[in-house]
Design a protein around this ligand. Structure first.
Ligand code: SAM
Length: 190
């Protein structure tokens, strides 16, 4: 549950860059639990999060993540990264101010020689600049371990055709307990 000031920070960032933030309020607890129920935590050695914002998924991931595993969270918004750096003190967490499209370089830098077992994205794919979404999906497919999974929550199915170009098994389901209702999407190499 976010504090009033975190919700306000999120809303302020939305007003500043609506296309990058893509939502007026953070994702609901029920949607978080539903998406994270897809994860086999015994296999989550390297977990990557795109667009952590004020930490809506970051904290629940850290709560479930093994003590020897790590989470690399990447956001283009410096304010969000600074906020998380000040509030989420956890040795398993690496915060990166940058773009998800650079995930391969970021993994090489912070987890050399390793692939991600899970990548979770809260990016607003439908409002990202032209071509960026496809670059991110392609780079993600190359960064995941063969049995890894890309977990996504979105307000539309816009990203699904992009995912189908790079993943063989793409499933989406509607989740109603969120404002607005969202889609929970999982992409893997079947
Ligand atoms: C809809 S918000 C999601 C925030 C939070 N994860 C949640 O569920 O409430 C989208 C986030 O993606 C970030 N973002 C947008 N484009 C990005 C990119 N190319 N790489 C990494 N983060 C990006 C924004 O700064 C914002 O924090």
């Amino acid at each position: 549950m976010h504090s009033f000031s975190e919700n306000l920070k999120f809303f302020r960032q939305f007003l500043r860059s609506p296309k990058m933030v893509g939502s007026v309020i953070p994702t609901s607890r029920q949607a978080i639990d539903a998406l994270l129920s897809e994860v086999d935590w015994s296999k989550a050695d390297v977990f990557v999060e795109y667009g952590p914002g004020v930490g809506t998924f970051t904290y629940p991931i850290l709560k479930r993540l093994r003590p020897d595993a790590r989470l690399i969270a990447i956001d283009t918004c410096r304010d969000f990264i600074d906020h998380l750096g000040a509030s989420a003190k956890d040795p398993r967490l690496t915060l990166v101010h940058g773009s998800a499209s650079d995930v391969k370089d970021i993994l090489e830098k912070y987890a050399p020689g390793q692939q991600a077992n899970y990548v979770l994205s809260g990016l607003p794919f439908s409002t990202l600049p032209e071509g960026v979404g496809d670059d991110i999906v392609a780079a993600t497919a190359q960064s995941l371990a063969p049995d890894g999974a890309f977990l996504i929550y979105q307000y539309s199915r816009f990203v699904v055709p992009m995912l189908r170009r790079h993943f063989t098994d793409v499933r989406s389901r509607r989740h109603w307990v969120n404002i607005p209702p969202c889609y929970l999407i999982t992409a893997r190499q079947g």
